[in-house]
Design a protein around this ligand. Structure first.
Ligand SMILES: Nc1ncnc2c1ncn2[C@@H]1O[C@H](COP(=O)(O)OP(=O)(O)O)[C@@H](O)[C@H]1O
Ligand SMILES: [Mg+2]
Length: 263
């Protein structure tokens, strides 16, 4: 197991003045963000505001128009695909749609990154798969197919796959969306467990404030391409910025309601 670097205060990931537009749409507009090791940072913001786009920049799936992205002291937005491979291997992804391969068993899904990248023998892979399945509370379900398990279980299988290679960072894109409150809380508990037991640095993108308050060491709010708040969760309970209140309390303002009026 990795040793926690509790005294290491250098940021693990940094975005410096990152901007990105798609056509006329300015999605990121000078984003500065630095993520500390071993912490869980939650990124909140309305649907379509650029949260997934932000994650994709850190993973290297999208390139910024301007600005820089750094990972563990190395600038990564200028790296080619091949040079990104060892960086990506240190990251685990739980994508919005927990896309499992339907033609494979659950165990094969979890073991996939190991089969592809580790060079380990099948018996060794089975052992790691069993360990990861235990971590997400799904011991013994390896031989099922994705069609034979529930939505919440699929998310947990996807999470087991995301941690197969023992990543230092795990990206969770809307991990609780579409789950009922109890199953959502199971996922929250998993995120806390990974931090506690594996010292994972977490980035959770969500619009689920219950989840944000529960798992976040820190919450960052993205609004119209900019970070408008970056603070400990408690700050979000009391701050009086109307843009923050509207989102955090889930309350439509006059403008939201006017947009709904017909004719
Ligand atoms: N590859 C792309 N090409 C064009 N537009 C995109 C692309 N990816 C995202 N967008 C647009 O950028 C905006 C932000 O998207 P996204 O980051 O997915 O939002 P969310 O905050 O809901 O995750 C949306 O308007 C979306 O349509
Ligand atoms: Mg998204």
């Amino acid at each position: 197991m990795r040793v926690a670097k509790k005294t290491d205060n250098r940021p693990l990931i940094e975005l410096r003045n990152v901007s990105k537009r798609f056509g006329a749409l300015q999605v990121l507009d000078g984003v500065d963000l630095s993520l500390r090791r071993g912490e869980t940072t939650v990124v909140i913001g309305e649907s379509g505001t650029g949260k997934s786009v932000l994650l994709k920049h850190i993973i290297g799936l999208l390139r910024p128009d301007s600005g820089e992205i750094w990972f563990d002291g190395q600038r990564i937005d200028t790296l080619n695909e091949q040079s990104l491979v060892p960086i990506r291997r240190r990251m685990g992804f739980l994508f919005q749609m927990a896309a499992l391969f339907d033609s494979m068993t659950v165990g094969e899904n979890v073991g996939f990154p190991l089969t592809e990248h580790s060079g380990l023998k099948p018996a060794q892979i089975d052992e790691i798969v069993a360990e990861k399945m235990k971590m997400v509370g799904l011991t013994g379900l390896q031989d099922r197919t994705p069609g034979q398990i529930s939505g919440g279980q699929k998310k947990r299988v996807a999470l087991a796959r995301a941690i197969a290679l023992d990543p230092e960072v795990v990206f969770y894109d809307e991990p609780t969306t579409g789950l009922d409150p109890v199953r959502a809380d199971v996922i929250n508990e998993m995120i806390l467990k990974l931090k506690r037991e594996l010292q994972v640095t977490g980035i959770v993108v969500t619009h689920d404030m219950v989840s944000a308050f529960k798992v976040g060491d820190r919450i960052v709010m993205l609004n119209k391409g900019r970070i408008i708040a970056d603070a400990v969760p408690d700050w979000f309970r009391t701050c009086d910025d109307p843009r923050v209140r509207r989102f955090v309390d889930g309350r439509a303002d006059k403008e939201d309601l006017r947009a709904l009026e017909v004719g």
